[in-house]
Design a protein around this ligand. Sequence first.
Ligand code: ZN
Ligand code: MN
Length: 151
Amino acid sequence: MAAVERHTTPSRPRRAAGARPTLEAAGRRSTPQREAVYRYLAGVDHHPTAEEVYLAVKRRVPRVSLATVYTALEVLVRSGLASKLTYGDAAARYDVRTDAHSHARCLVCGRVRDLEIVPEAGWVRTLRTPGFEFTGFRFELIGRCATCRRG
Ligand code: ZN
Ligand code: MN
């Protein structure tokens, strides 16, 4: 049995109408700041930190604050429009993808890229975890990215 399933077509969500329909369905307001945060997140593939999102969005929406960006990101996560990747004490990163996929994380620069592979569920269920009931899993490769390997 193969231990991983390969997904050849990455499924980045394409929402022409932006975040508004999903936000409103979740009972949350759509604001220009939230739309700008969502649009930025949907256009990049490196899983930015809140700080990185703030610096990018500020160029388009000059009066936005870091606190507003933090709130916008959390609202997107709670509405199912993004997912949040946490790494202990390091800054959380945000991902516009919420489908099953995996990540490769660089231990030098912290960048996270998508991998179109997911451990096969049947194989995961064979893992022995005495005393622990697992309800899901994440698969992440750690190492050095191409840029950091050259440096
Ligand atoms: Zn790197
Ligand atoms: Mn991802």
